[in-house]
Write a protein that binds this ligand. Structure first.
Ligand code: UDP
Ligand code: MG
Length: 243
């Protein structure tokens, strides 16, 4: 198999019914791209039929790789494990639940020569109103406190240059702040409108309690990191010239 140019990373936690559908749509999109690809599923300790569904998918397509955690370690951990295993120079991230369509991946890839990260922006979000409202408030607070202007940092459909991603140290929960962490390194980030559909199978792993409080604490950490970034402007450098 050719060394992949593109690695698609999908964190999976109890998504058994979504996996065959996702694989079908993902493979259809990847086959339109003229480059070798790999799909890395990171099974984050699922206790439903996801491990079996992933193994069956791999039997149908050897480009699929599976990493399985012993126990649930969280979405950030699953993403980091995928990033570390990825071989492509370009990495795409996607949830397993098909709320974002794999067919939008080329829209993000089209931005990458110019930008270091392309973030999906769910302009027409299809979630329950309480969820949309809490995300709206969370985005506003996040942008305000971290002096940022990202419309939809919660959209998991994102594409990155791997060389840039390797410069970012991720902590639990930090997958929600990737655009800011990229910009802090001087990398270029662009938002791209993508589609969004309601979850058809399985349930969201987050609710107001397990998302709002931890992500607010994380926001304070990111705000601190941003404020305390090392900044200086060199007036001149005087040193011996190399022979
Ligand atoms: N996920 C995971 N580990 C977790 C929670 C979620 O790997 O502990 C995966 C989940 O299977 C999905 C993605 O992360 O592929 C996002 O989760 P979910 O769709 O529940 O989040 P939402 O889109 O509702 O914010
Ligand atoms: Mg989702």
């Amino acid at each position: 198999m050719n060394t992949p140019a593109l690695s698609v990373i999908v964190p999976v936690y109890n998504e058994e019914a979504n996996i065959p559908l996702l694989v079908g749509e993902l493979v259809a999109t990847l086959d339109t791209l003229d480059q070798p690809c790999e799909i890395i599923f990171v099974d984050d300790g699922s206790d439903d039929g996801s491990p079996q569904a992933l193994r069956e998918a791999r039997e149908g397509d050897p480009r699929i790789r599976i990493l399985s955690f012993e126990v649930n370690a969280g979405q950030s951990a699953a993403m980091v494990a995928g990033f570390r295993a990825a071989r492509g120079d370009v990495i795409v991230n996607l949830d397993a639940d098909l709320q974002n369509s794999p067919a939008d991946i080329p829209l993000l890839l089209a931005q990458l020569p110019e930008y270091d990260m392309a973030c999906g922006w769910r302009a027409n979000r299809q979630d329950p109103w309480i969820r949309r409202l809490s995300s709206h408030i969370a985005n506003a607070v996040r942008n305000r406190l971290s002096t940022e202007q990202i419309r939809d940092t919660g959209c998991s459909l994102k594409a990155y240059k791997r060389a840039c991603l390797e410069r970012i140290k991720l902590y639990d929960g930090m997958h929600r702040f990737l655009p800011t962490l990229f910009r802090m390194e001087g990398f270029r980030v662009v938002e791209v409108r993508v589609g969004h559909t309601p979850r058809r199978h399985g349930v969201s792993k987050y609710n107001i309690r397990n998302r709002l409080v931890p992500s607010f604490i994380d926001l304070l950490a990111v705000r601190w990191m941003k404020k305390r970034q090392i900044r200086y402007r060199l007036r001149e450098e005087i040193s011996e010239s190399p022979d």
